[in-house]
Design a protein around this ligand. Structure first.
Ligand SMILES: Cc1ncc(COP(=O)(O)O)c(C=O)c1O
Length: 394
């Protein structure tokens, strides 16, 4: 073979790729945030707080940094944080995970879910997702070579449709992903729902991936129905949560996975060669801050007040309020206000009314149009009032 010339002229060329995720583009969250910024709209679209975290948490992280806790931590996470997480789960949900082999600290819930899927899904395996669902699940399953099996939540009330779930379970089903409290619908699963799911999974080897990032945001005195609180489900479950949601630090990207020893062992094999570890001082800061349970115990009341403020303001509009049982989202049916489809309505709301929201269609494969939009109320009261002033015209 003739050697290629190494003398110029030649044109540098980036080889063409066959995309691993050909259907993924810029997300609606990014698009709506950009539109909100251009039009000076109040951004109730993307789900993050516009207020800061407790200064005590910042102090705890600073102390860790100044104490020299700045080098690689153990792969699974620093021991004090794994212990604090295990204690919290035991106190709240009655399940004793061993911090040594059953709790792993992750770079947010997003990495936890991807890692869980990569660890358990082989090419050709099926994974059930309940639509509408958080936007990372489907690409995660596709990256693992798995087949996505979509089961719709019920049209009225976004409840699990157990007959449809039972029909979707087959010999290739490897896992089902359940998210409670639910983004985007703000519904929560009950203990009874967990019982039915457990009965469905009992004769199978189907694993449960429980996305519980909003575990501390369940309202009206209802307890969070964690898969960890259900011994039968816990035995086949990877429970995922996020400190970002609980402590108003979404940008820190620290979360965790609690799972039985055998599942954790496989999870950590992938985690080790994915992120390997999560930044050290944040972990130590979070561990010491978790010594006081009040911040997470008081979170339901904190967000319930914001939910109620926001709902009271919207009650005077033609928007129909769906229930918000948990998470920091409020969905509305806008069919009395507009004939536009959901994406069109959210664009119009942002550019003409000055409030950004997210279309529910963004959480479905086929962009189902139900005339529903999602607002995030994890905002300062002033922000919520400014949005309500603008929405009052509807
Ligand atoms: C349902 C759900 N799961 C996972 C995540 C990701 O959490 P994290 O920021 O910890 O990666 C989010 C964030 O919006 C979410 O709403």
């Amino acid at each position: 073979m003739q050697r290629p010339s190494i003398e110029p002229p030649f044109t540098p060329r980036t080889p063409a790729l066959r995309s691993r995720l050909p259907r993924v583009g810029t997300t609606i969250f990014t698009l709506m945030s950009a539109l909100a910024q251009t039009h000076g709209a109040v951004n109730l679209g993307q789900g993050f707080p516009d207020f800061d975290c407790d200064p005590k948490l910042l102090d705890a992280v600073e102390q860790a940094m100044r104490a020299g806790l700045n080098q690689y931590p153990p792969m699974a996470g620093v021991a004090p944080l794994r212990e604090a997480v295990a204690q919290k789960i035991e106190r709240l949900y009655g399940h004793a995970y061993d911090p040594a082999d059953e709790i792993t600290i992750t770079a947010g819930a997003t990495q936890a879910i991807l890692t869980a899927i990569l660890a358990v899904v082989h090419p050709g395996d099926e994974v059930i997702v309940l639509e509408p669902c958080y936007d990372s699940y489907v690409p995660n399953i596709e990256l693992a070579g798995g087949r996505v099996v979509r089961v719709a939540l019920t049209a009225e009330g976004f409840r699990p449709d157990f007959a449809a779930i039972a029909a979707a379970i087959g010999p290739r089903t490897r896992a089902i992903i359940v998210n409670t409290p639910h983004n985007p619908s703000a519904t929560v699963w009950t203990r009874g729902d967990l019982d039915v799911l457990a009965a469905l999974l009992r004769p199978t080897d189907v694993l449960l991936i429980a996305d519980e990032v909003y575990e501390h945001m369940v309202f009206d005195g209802v307890p969070h129905a964690s898969a960890a609180s259900h011994p039968e489900l816990a035995a086949r479950c990877l429970v995922v949560s996020s400190f970002g949601k609980t402590y108003h630090v979404t940008g820190w990207k620290v979360g965790y996975v609690a799972a039985p020893r055998a599942l954790t062992a496989e999870f950590r094999k992938v985690h080790q060669f994915n992120v390997f570890t999560v930044n050290t001082p944040m972990q130590h800061g979070l561990a010491s801050y978790m010594g006081d349970p009040r911040p997470y115990l008081e979170l339901p009341a904190f967000y319930q007040r914001k939910r109620d403020l926001f709902r009271a303001g919207l009650a005077g509009t033609k928007l129909r309020l769906l229930p918000s049982q948990g998470s920091y989202f409020q969905c509305v049916d806008y069919s009395a206000v507009s004939d536009l489809d959901e994406a069109g309505f959210c664009r119009w709301l942002t550019t003409e009314i000055g409030v950004a929201a997210i279309p529910l269609s963004a959480f479905y494969e086929n962009g189902r149009n139900q005339r529903l939009a999602r607002f995030c109320f994890a905002k300062r009261d002033e922000t919520l009032r400014a949005a309500l002033d603008r929405l009052a015209s509807l």
